[in-house]
Design a protein around this ligand. Structure first.
Ligand code: ADP
Ligand code: ADP
Length: 225
């Protein structure tokens, strides 16, 4: 089933910049979709529109399951920078999305620890962000996105700021987790390597106008289990 569907999306900013023109995309349950294209082609704009952080100028975003009243759509957003609260512990950072929904620290405890265990950071719950490496901070921000058990995980060049080796490690871990839990992921990148390595489908975008120019199902060159 289709989780989220974008139809004929256009985005023109107030200054007249056209970021998207007739952009359409369906994301199906359990897919790992990469949105691949050069800087400025409108990848982040598309992700922000899906997340409801920005309104499309034209076109529609629909969540079919939500329309049929089956479930509330929940999404997790992972930004390029970890954007953690420096004054708060790792636990408190991951608790934040639940806290905003009124869930107490005690009630959130199991869910937060589960999310931290998922990214391999259960032992670091009481540490502060400054005590962690760049890769670990990124794992915390992934845990924070997971804590609400989202229907779709939206990731906007999440590993771009990391060194090659850490980045490769996180790519492997993400791939493993996605397969294990059957996550639905929409992953923005300008790295051909990352998109081929991680995804089950690559959606290639071109700038001016920002739209899909090609879609490829990936029959991975290695066994995907
Ligand atoms: P990408 O994520 O592929 O790098 P973006 O979606 O960030 O692309 O940007 C697409 C285009 O829209 C670019 O030309 C960018 O400069 C422009 N843009 C992005 N956000 C805004 C904004 N808030 N106001 C005006 N122009 C914007
Ligand atoms: P909208 O309010 O049309 O949905 P956004 O919420 O995506 O657009 O815009 C976020 C803010 O980014 C805008 O208020 C704008 O001031 C600012 N911005 C302006 N120009 C740019 C640009 N070229 N790239 C990124 N952000 C920009």
């Amino acid at each position: 089933p289709v989780v989220v569907s974008l139809n004929g999306i256009g985005k023109v900013f107030e200054n007249g910049t056209t970021a998207l023109d007739d952009f359409s995309l369906d994301v199906r349950e359990g897919e790992f979709v990469s949105l691949l294209g050069p800087s400025g082609c409108g990848k982040s704009s598309a992700l922000r529109i899906i997340a409801g952080l920005s309104d499309p100028s034209t076109g529609t975003v629909s969540w079919p399951a939500e329309r049929s009243g089956q479930e509330e759509h929940v999404l997790g957003f992972v930004f390029q920078e970890p954007t953690l609260m420096p004054w708060a512990t790792v636990f408190a950072n991951v608790w934040l999305p639940l806290r905003l929904k009124g869930v107490s620290r005690q009630a959130a405890r199991d869910r937060v620890m589960e999310a931290l265990a998922t990214v391999g950071l259960a032992d670091f719950a009481e540490d502060f962000p400054r005590q962690l490496s760049g890769g670990m901070k990124m794992r915390v921000s992934i845990a924070r996105a997971l804590v609400t058990r989202p229907k779709v995980l939206l990731m906007d060049e999440p590993f771009a700021a990391l060194d090659e080796i850490t980045r490769f490690k996180l790519n492997n871990d993400l791939l493993h987790l996605q397969k294990t839990f059957g996550w639905t992921v929409l992953f923005v990148t300008h790295s051909v390597f990352e998109s081929v390595y991680l995804s089950s489908r690559i959606v290639v975008m071109a700038a001016r106008p920002g739209r899909v120019i090609r879609e490829m199902e990936i029959d991975a060159p290695y066994p995907r289990e």
